[in-house]
Design a protein around this ligand. Structure first.
Ligand code: SD4
Length: 358
């Protein structure tokens, strides 16, 4: 009798563990594949989701195609050609794609005269042993890889540039130079007189890098970004977006993260790397993103930016600072594509206006 009840108990336990396993695998299958995308880029999200879910293709493909669509559509004019003219009126592009399985990266910084930066980054990933190519020579690489060389300027970007010139080149990214960069155009020369250390922070039109995190149905993790950088940047400026650990990071064992916002500040703190490391040690994606943001806030309380994070269980989260809200998309088999929005810390409307110094 005792033996029977022991066997019964074993059977019961086995049945319970079976139910648990089924539920668990249900949960897992309803979490994957998954993508997380910065901002409210609906078309790019739907594209990446179609690639990774309906077509059952890889995380890298979903990132490339989602970002490519954003580049072609010129998402909010801050991704792709014809936006953010530099001081000479030229648009240049930054992009990265990171494979979290191989721990391999392809990036392009300050890419000139080629429209499809994320696809050039993927060529760097797949056909070179390098991680980042920059400037004119990145253009030569792209042309060798079959990309078309063409101007990235548009009538609109030229008009933006002319208006900036007419407005005494405000705002710009110079400090400690003569003539006074807050009232005059260059050329500037170095000055011993130190300017006020206040830093220009964001603007409503200057903050919309696409960042994509993805885990495909094989469980492969990847991350990527694409942007035309900062409006009126000094020619040669490369932002955070093509830098591994700054713009994006992915590690198969943990998950992925990406950043958007004031890249000159954010890249000093490698927020994507930090968010992934926080998740490695057990933080939820939201807490990990918040820690990455808070590290920057300690030094630059008014900086504007956001971080998205995704862990290997398919859980996601985000954090942001210096703007009112930060929207981001998530898509998985349960949600489909769904838009989320979080409130940011330290939002000061005065600091957020174009040209305002905080
Ligand atoms: C940059 N981080 O080049 C980019 C700009 C950006 O959202 O994210 N905009 O600084």
């Amino acid at each position: 009798m005792k033996l029977v009840s022991f066997v019964e108990i074993l059977l019961l336990l086995e049945a319970c563990s079976l139910v648990y396993a089924v539920n668990n695998s249900d949960n897992l299958s309803s979490n994957f594949p998954v993508i997380v995308i910065t901002w409210n880029y609906k078309d790019a999200t739907e594209k990446a989701w179609d690639v990774i879910y309906n077509q059952n293709r890889s995380a890298l493909d979903a990132i490339e195609e989602g970002c490519s669509l954003c580049e072609a559509q010129r998402c909010r004019k801050t991704v792709g050609f014809g936006g953010s003219p530099d001081e000479a009126g030229e648009t240049t592009l930054d992009a990265i794609i990171m494979d979290g399985v191989a721990m391999d990266v392809g990036g392009v910084g300050g890419l000139r005269n080629v429209k499809n930066a994320i696809s050039v980054a993927r060529k760097v990933l797949e056909h070179t042993k390098h991680s980042l190519l920059g400037g004119d020579l990145a253009t030569d690489f792209a042309v060798n890889m079959g990309f078309k060389k063409e101007s990235l300027q548009t009538d609109e970007s030229q008009a933006m540039w002319k208006q900036w010139k007419a407005n005494k080149c405000q705002r710009n990214f110079w400090k400690n130079v003569i003539p006074d960069p807050t009232t005059s155009c260059g050329p500037y020369r170095a000055s011993d007189v130190k300017d006020d250390e206040s830093t220009p922070v964001g603007s409503e039109e200057n903050h919309d890098t696409i960042g994509v995190l993805a885990i495909d149905s094989k469980g492969h993790t990847a991350a990527g970004t694409s942007t035309n950088g900062a409006n009126h940047k000094i020619p040669g400026r490369i932002g955070d977006s093509p830098i591994a650990g700054a713009g994006a990071y992915a590690d198969q064992d943990v998950g992925a993260a990406a950043g958007t916002g004031d890249g000159d500040i954010m890249m000093r703190f490698l927020p994507s790397f930090l968010a992934v490391e926080e998740m490695r040690y057990g933080a939820t994606p939201s807490a990990a993103a918040k820690t990455a943001i808070n590290r920057i806030v300690q030094h630059y309380p008014n900086f504007f930016g956001g971080v998205i994070a995704l862990n290997r269980k398919g859980e996601y989260g985000a954090a942001c600072n210096g703007m009112p809200f930060f929207p981001y998309y998530v898509a998985n088999p349960t949600l489909g594509p769904k838009l989320f929005s979080i409130q940011c810390s330290n939002f000061n409307p005065e600091c957020y206006k174009e040209g305002k110094i905080c």
